[in-house]
Design a protein around this ligand. Structure first.
Ligand code: HEM
Length: 407
């Protein structure tokens, strides 16, 4: 049977509740935040380990190692939470690809969860033990944690990449005509793509350190020399990291199969240009501008990367006649309204409240007392949660009663 037909047959027969492009845009946008925290986590984790081994008691390196260990600890939880959204959207419009890729490497996908748990626990052990004068041998917990996070990134990459290669699925499922349903192999790795995406952790760490230095500028317990060190290290790491990533991007650009004609696609080169432009700007103005600006610009670069990944997927799917815009739509407006109002109302207000509180609290040494505006935001967040819970149950009960009485 033709593989394009198979792909269409594997789509969810129930269709999707709204226009596919809405899910595509949401998938791209939410992935930017997932990968931003992946980079921030891997960058700060690697740097925490480096500073841990380099430090002498009472030095800024010791302080930096502890601070970056904490940053990575928070980063992991956020990258996991923020990974869920693009995962759901991928499964809505690219369900045949994602599920097949997952089943073909099922043992690895299951191992992904356990290795993530072990890696995170290991990082926590390091976090609890990484205090003044900590023993160097404890660094092994950090190394295990970071190693497992990198493995998890590799598994994610394999699933994304295997999704692009439907014409190879049968060879992997039944090599030589003999079915192998163990799912024990990572069948396809595109090293330049994986290494390029992971390498962005280096400039991300640099940009993070620059923002970090400005964030803590007002705190009396952070010495100016300590913040100056963070800023200048960040400046150098960002510039060098961007150039290293650019070289790896070049490697990725030239491994796309000729038939896809992706190697000379303008968006791939726009990504390269954005890396170089950011490196140039950071080099020229990085020490004068506010530390948050380069980080915002970095998010812009990730935006281009997110679009580029999706264009690659569209091109790879072309020969199979797979086009998300012909996905069957069974419009379900009430659930879409509920979804978007949850996204904006609960996500915006409750998420906004948490973010504002954490941001403000971190800038104060000791106990933080919420300002009037923040306190009001808190009240609004609780109110919107109340409304949300009421609507959620009212909607569910109405549907349930309607079905029960029309049977
Ligand atoms: C330490 C843990 C993780 C790391 C290092 C990591 C890293 C990555 C990387 C490097 C990619 C890009 C792969 C590529 O395009 O080749 C990716 C994609 C992705 N990740 Fe993660 N990830 C992690 C955990 C998670 C978790 C827990 C989730 C979900 C809850 C998740 C959801 C996704 C999704 C949905 C994609 C996009 C897949 C696609 O577009 O086909 N990730 N991740």
């Amino acid at each position: 049977m033709d593989i394009g037909t198979v792909l269409h047959a594997m789509r969810d027969p129930a269709g999707i509740p709204s226009h596919p492009v809405i899910f595509q845009v949401l998938m791209i946008v939410t992935w930017i935040f997932h990968i931003a925290f992946v980079h921030m986590t891997l960058g700060t984790a690697a740097f925490a380990i480096y500073a841990f081994y380099k430090r002498a008691p009472g030095t800024h390196w010791e302080q930096l190692s502890m601070a970056m260990t904490k940053a990575a600890k928070v980063g992991v939880s956020l990258l996991i939470v923020l990974g869920v959204a693009p995962l759901l959207f991928t499964q809505v419009i690219y369900d045949p690809q994602w599920y097949t890729a997952s089943v073909l490497s099922a043992r690895w996908l299951i191992a992904f969860i356990f290795t993530l748990i072990i890696g995170y626990c290991s990082w926590f052990v390091f976090y609890y033990s990484n205090h003044e004068g900590a023993k160097k041998r404890l660094g092994v917990f950090a190394l295990v944690g970071l190693g497992l996070f990198l493995l998890d990134g590799l598994i994610m990459h394999v699933l994304a990449y295997q999704s692009l290669l439907p014409d190879q699925w049968m060879n992997w499922y039944a090599p030589g005509g003999v079915v192998d349903s163990r799912g024990a192999t990572l069948h396809a790795i595109q090293w330049p793509r994986y290494l390029f995406i992971i390498s962005l952790s280096l400039p991300a760490l640099g940009l993070y350190l620059m923002a970090y230095a400005d964030y803590f500028r007002g705190r009396p317990d952070r010495a100016p020399e300590y913040l100056a060190l963070a800023r200048s290290l960040g400046h150098r790491l960002a510039m060098r990291g961007l150039v290293i990533s650019f070289v790896l991007l070049l490697a990725w650009q030239f491994v796309h199969p000729a038939s896809t004609r992706l190697s000379w696609h303008p968006v791939g080169w726009a990504l390269g240009a954005s890396l170089l432009a950011l490196a140039w700007w950071v080099q020229r103005r990085g020490l004068q501008v506010h530390g948050y600006l380069p980080m915002l610009a970095g998010l812009g670069v990730l935006g281009v990367l997110a679009v580029w990944r999706e264009l690659i997927r569209i091109r790879y799917m072309l020969p199979f006649g797979y086009d998300i815009t012909d996905y069957t739509v069974h419009a379900d407006w009430p659930s879409m309204v509920l979804f978007f109002s949850t996204f904006i109302g609960v996500g915006g207000l409750v998420g906004g409240f948490f973010l504002t509180t954490i941001y403000r609290a971190g800038r104060v040494q000791g106990l933080y007392t919420a300002e009037r505006g923040v306190a009001r935001l808190g009240t609004a967040a609780v109110a919107v949660l109340g409304v949300w819970i009421t609507v959620f149950f009212a909607y569910g009960i109405t549907i349930w009663m309607r079905n029960a009485f029309t049977l």
